[in-house]
Design a binder for this molecule. Structure first.
Ligand code: NAD
Length: 480
């Protein structure tokens, strides 16, 4: 397990000597202490990233670059057991999710973008006069990827893979709580032969290191995933140097169940929608909108299902519900649960901290509130935990209006057997992703990103390539 900064393919302590503890949220034990980078370290990382950009990295052919990006994914899969364990111990998610879903998805992302490297093309343009006019799609330069703690490796892959595939160099800053898998990715960079400086990993606090990255004049682009308030600060901070930015931010995603839905399938979908990843999922279906005519049956079935989801040891392969990522996050979630109770919502499942028999760990019971009114705090603010707010509606247009009544617009779901209603609702929802009769499905080939205050730019798919390239137009006078 690495715990130093990774700069120019070398492992270094922070210049200041400072470190930060990494805590296992399921046991409350300190796993290790990692280096806490400061401004001096950042300057060195920017310098080596720039040198690699202008040197060995741009000297490689696009195909060779793509091959190296694909190798990152192949090696990730070879080391999947070990890296999944790291993901689980610093995040608290079940090993089942880390090993079978997150690490393979991260590997697939490198495979997918490695395939793009030699297919990123310019165009020839039929202009007026006697000119040959064509475009080049060039890398943006030094890209900083700043990622949160909920899917530490996967969200890093969503940025690092397209950035490298397009010929940029990268400084990756993982969240303070979950730096271990980013450092493992750095080891893999050396193993597959990435030239020094192409991928650098700086661990450190967001408020100091993250802020310094955003303001650094030697960095050309910020690819950020995190909280909406942090995203607004990044937008302000990037203005001074006019950095390119893409922001994947928070959500309060509505999951709508119409009266004609397959109720059992929708109950399963609502459960996966909110409790997968302990609800620490930006696209979590945290607002359940259910037709009044089926509400009682639906809520009964949903509550029964939630009560069967028992938090357990994340390292046990049978566990499907792990620990909330930190004490601070657990306290936030419990505060929201209290506000739901105080504001008059009906608690039908969970509602408290859980104990898995060890007396330790930041576990919260899967929680469902019914009779939630649209103005209540739990129906408006992103909780980022296993808490579902169920709201009733009388007809389809009321459902759409309530769904769209949020500053966020990351994702949404609709459950119905009526194909016309499905498409009608899908078009009306203000969200970057709409799932019909399913929830929380993703694929590297499909774009993902926000409407409204859930951010802008798209991750995954060919669309992400637009955010990691810039277009140069070349005019050649052909007149004799
Ligand atoms: P956060 O904004 O606190 O932190 C995210 C990252 O930004 C971390 O690496 C952090 O150290 C860094 N950071 C913090 N302050 C900074 C600053 N002032 N300048 C620069 N960097 C700074 O978010 P979090 O609590 O780690 O993550 C949870 C949030 O992420 C939720 O709001 C969730 O919805 C969102 N999220 C969004 C998506 C998406 O794709 N839209 C995916 C996952 C998570």
């Amino acid at each position: 397990m690495q715990n130093k900064l990774f700069i120019g393919n070398e492992w270094r302590d922070a210049t200041s000597g400072q470190t930060m503890e990494v805590v296992n949220p399921a046991t409350e034990e300190v796993i290790t202490a990692v280096a806490s980078a400061g401004l001096d370290d950042l300057d060195v990382a920017v310098h080596v990233a720039r040198t690699a950009l202008n040197g060995p990295w741009s000297a490689l052919s696009a195909r060779e670059r793509g091959r190296l990006v694909r190798k990152l994914g192949e090696r990730l899969l070879e080391r999947a057991d070990e890296i999944a364990t790291l993901e689980t111990i610093h995040n608290g998610k079940p090993i089942f999710e880390s090993r079978n879903i997150e690490i393979p998805a991260a590997a697939e992302c490198f495979e997918y973008y490695g395939g793009w490297s030699d297919k990123i093309m310019g165009e020839t343009i039929p202009v007026k006069g006697n000119h040959l006019t064509y475009t080049l799609r060039e890398p943006i330069g030094v890209v900083a990827a700043i990622v949160p703690w909920n899917f530490p490796l996967l969200l890093a892959a969503w940025k690092v893979a397209p950035a490298l595939a397009c010929g940029n160099t990268v400084i990756l800053k993982p969240a303070s709580q979950t730096p271990l898998t980013a450092l493992a990715l750095a080891e893999i960079a050396v193993e597959v032969g990435l030239p020094p400086g192409v991928l650098n990993v700086l661990t450190g606090p967001g408020a100091s290191l993250g802020q310094a990255i955003v303001e650094h004049p030697g960095i050309d682009k910020i690819a950020f995933t995190g909280d909406t308030t942090t995203g607004k600060g990044i937008m302000r901070g990037a203005a001074a140097t006019l950095k390119r930015i893409t922001l994947e931010l928070g959500g309060k995603s509505p999951n709508i169940v119409l009266a004609d839905a397959d109720i059992d399938a929708a109950v399963r979908g609502a459960t996966v929608g909110i409790f997968y990843g302990k609800g620490e999922v930006c696209a979590a279906g945290s607002r359940l909108l259910v037709d009044t005519s089926i509400k009682s049956e639906f809520i009964d079935k949903l509550a029964a299902r939630a009560k069967k989801m028992v938090p357990g040891d994340p390292l046990d392969p049978k566990t499907r519900f792990g620990a909330v990522s930190s004490r601070k996050q657990m306290e936030t979630v419990l505060r929201y649960i209290d506000s739901g109770k105080k504001e008059g919502a009906t608690l039908v499942a969970g509602g408290a901290r859980a104990d898995i028999g060890t007396g330790k760990g930041f576990f919260v019971q899967p929680t469902v509130f019914a009779d939630v009114q649209p103005g209540m705090t739990i129906s408006r603010e992103e909780i980022f935990g296993p808490v579902l707010a169920a709201i009733e509606f009388a007809d389809i247009d009321e459902a759409i209006a309530r769904a769209n009544d949020s500053p966020y617009g990351l994702a949404a779901g609709v459950w119905t057997r009526d194909i016309k209603k499905a498409h009608y609702v899908a078009r009306k929802l203000q969200a970057g992703t709409v799932w019909v009769n399913t929830y929380n499905v993703y694929d590297t080939a499909a774009p993902f990103g926000g409407y409204k205050q859930s951010g802008f730019g798209r991750e995954m798919s060919a669309h992400a390539l637009e955010h990691y390239t810039q277009i140069k137009t070349v005019w050649v006078d052909l007149s004799l």
